[in-house]
Design a protein around this ligand. Sequence first.
Ligand code: 13P
Ligand code: SF4
Length: 301
Amino acid sequence: WLTFQDDVEAILDLKRRRNAVILAHNYQTPEIFHGVADIVGDSLALARKAIEVNAEVIVLAGVHFMAETAKLLNPGKTVLIPDMGAGCSLADSITPEDVALLRQANPGVPVITYVNTSAAVKAASDICCTSGNAKQVVESLGVPRVLMIPDEYLARNVAKETEVEIIAWHGHCQVHELFNADDVRQLRENYPGVTVLAHPECPPDVVAEADFAGSTAIMSDYVGKKRPARVVLLTECSMSDNVAVHHPDVEFIRPCNLCPHMKRITLSNIRTALQENRHEVTVDPAIAVAARRAVERMLAI
Ligand code: 13P
Ligand code: SF4
């Protein structure tokens, strides 16, 4: 804790002086998540709670698409991301031009876009979804067929739970695509009785081997409610660290994968972000209206 104390105290002071709040994703390291964040959660919770923020400055301890979403929902506020390089392999996998081509090839089919995308791709879509509400969003449209982009595995995992036909794209999360079904079987052999929770960005055969799949917030709630004796969370490494703090009675087995984008955010660059007002996230006004509509349409469900 002593290593972090200086930065934590400085950040708490800067937050007061600048009327700032820190929104942190569940994949942030514990010193950020438990030490300085005001609002924590999965992508859906961060988007929802961003609307309720009264502060003038929002620091997004997460990746760029999350900061863009916060800015879309709070156009009058200053939104900062401590490192502009905090991207996402899913967001990088698709462009607005790709969406236009998909629409051409599938006339009249609505486009559901995972929030892990740029504002420009959101603007080219009909509605957004997260891993916490994807099935609900698909079924809310009342149509027999949808395009669901860009995460192929999320789309295929949702397709197994609904009658709606889902046309997928070929994007993958570089963290979750690394898990495989053999590893899960091996885990069960090595740790008898272990409860396996998987993120729906994992390949479908991994989700099929798991006991339960859900967004990061849904996994966290599952551990809180069911209190498994031993559990493995097939997702990013900080997730178990953060959830374990609240459940000393649960044994966390930890094969996990690090997200290099999430890990670009540190206490040190959060401190600098607040001190130097950087890096300010802006959204081109030409795309902001349509992108906000897609996010707000999701939040209205
Ligand atoms: P959720 O927190 O919405 O489950 O998203 C996981 C993720 O990979 C975010 O980048
Ligand atoms: Fe993107 Fe995957 Fe990292 Fe989330 S964990 S930010 S989906 S690369």
